[in-house]
Design a protein around this ligand. Sequence first.
Ligand code: SF4
Length: 143
Amino acid sequence: MSGDGDLLCPSVTPETEGAVLFGVVSRVAGRPKVDWLEAPTPVTPEILALTGDTPPAQVLRFAAKCQESFCAHFDGVDCRLVGRLVAALPPVAHEQFPCAIRGDCRWFWQEGLRACERCSQIATYEDHPEASLREAARPYARE
Ligand code: SF4
């Protein structure tokens, strides 16, 4: 596992420097469900073009180096977002979540499988997020 300073944020937009694709989001009963790639893949214009008119962050999951103090969710030590997601969302049943970035993931590093049990039901971008998700995504820096 990486040291604290090398951890990845598992929910970035594809424009983020160094972003890699690691998951594909489908919908089950209207809710996001993430399936993981066997290995992270560099973001290319060709991959982004595959989503057509849909924002890539709505249907794909990207990771990049955690921006720590440059991110509105970081409190100086931890990412507040993942703690809020754990509190706001019920866990989904899992079969070990075969996620390729686990060894470097900040959310996993902080919360373990409890993070994965929520991460697997998240799209980075939602047109109309539920109230619980809007609340969870409230920037710590603006509290
Ligand atoms: S929270 Fe778990 S499933 Fe999500 S990116 Fe991190 S290790 Fe993977």
